[in-house]
Design a binder for this molecule. Structure first.
Ligand code: AMP
Ligand code: MN
Ligand code: MN
Ligand code: MN
Length: 282
């Protein structure tokens, strides 16, 4: 099945509205879809309504920012109840520090001669609570400082660079519990992107399972073919369900479009098998 269970709208750091994403997913042949905005579920009803109007089955989704072993890790939640109060409160708390962090990022950029980056980034923000590095990246491209967003991250926004500000996000246990206690399934997002040692990665998977986490993204726009094999093995080793998602953000920026990824390796159990009861259909 062409499931795409990871993407972003303008409610977080994507550029398309939830309705436009639903239309794009449908046009690209997606058969089960989830919008997974960062730390936010404000776009869920719009995404679901638009999907169901197209006959596209829908799972509620989000992507929670977590700090683990000194790094940022993303945990995708799928199939939860959008009315769950503890999940909403947890996401609001996770979003809470973003404005202060963004002002610090702008101060760091000002020190290398890039003035006004906070106000600049804000012009690209659809949801003021969700100002992210992506919005700074778009501003620095459009103002001519860099040629593309990848260059902005490389030169300015990753650890050790002038616009990088360390930030404490949610804990792994809290994020997994918010999702799970709201009836959803927690999934480790794009594990191939983290810069963990083998021991730290093992600890991430072990602790994630101990908190009740059940899935891992194996096929994502952030993984290459070697990662597909490595994380398929990890899914089997840790008895995790496998997920698949493009992580699509924007037509001009994203390398992987909605619905365009290779299938999950056949030896894995897809996460949507465990979410059958949570899928919303017209
Ligand atoms: P934030 O949550 O503000 O730290 O922003 C993280 C977002 O920046 C991610 O969700 C991606 O959309 C984007 N991002 C992170 N690292 C990179 C990178 N190296 N190149 C391009 N985009 C990135
Ligand atoms: Mn993003
Ligand atoms: Mn992510
Ligand atoms: Mn994402």
């Amino acid at each position: 099945m062409n499931a795409d269970l990871h993407c972003h709208s303008a409610v977080s750091d994507g550029t398309l509205q939830p309705e436009a994403l639903a239309a794009r997913a449908h046009a690209n042949g997606v058969e089960l879809w989830a919008l997974t905005d960062h730390d936010e579920i404000g776009g869920q009803r719009r995404a679901r309504d638009a999907a169901l109007a197209l006959g596209l089955p829908y799972l509620n989704g989000t992507e929670i920012s977590v700090t683990f072993a000194g790094q940022t890790v993303h945990i995708v939640g799928l199939g939860f109840d959008v009315d769950d109060a503890a999940l909403s409160a947890g996401l609001a708390a996770t979003r809470g520090g973003r404005e202060a962090r963004a002002r610090e990022m702008a101060a760091g950029l000002a020190q290398v001669g890039i003035e006004g980056a906070f106000e600049g980034a804000l012009r690209y923000v659809g949801n003021p609570e969700l100002i992210s590095r992506t919005h700074f990246a778009r501003h620095l491209v459009d103002s001519g400082v860099c040629n593309d967003t990848y260059e902005v991250f490389r030169r300015f926004l990753i650890d050790g660079k002038p616009g990088y500000v360390p930030h404490r996000w949610a804990s792994l246990g809290d994020a997994v519990r918010w999702i799970t206690q709201a009836g959803g399934v927690a999934v480790i997002a794009h594990p191939g992107r983290y810069k963990f040692s083998a021991n730290e990665e093992y600890a991430l998977f072990t602790e994630f399972k101990a908190h009740g986490g059940r899935g891992v993204e194996v096929v994502t726009g952030s993984h290459g073919p070697a990662d597909f094999v490595k994380y398929a093995d990890m899914a089997l080793e840790f008895d995790l369900l496998a997920s698949r998602g493009s992580d699509f953000h924007s037509p001009g920026e994203s390398r992987t479009d909605l619905g365009s990824l290779p299938p999950l390796p056949a030896r894995l159990t897809p996460v949507w098998q465990a979410l059958e009861q949570r899928v919303q259909r017209a």
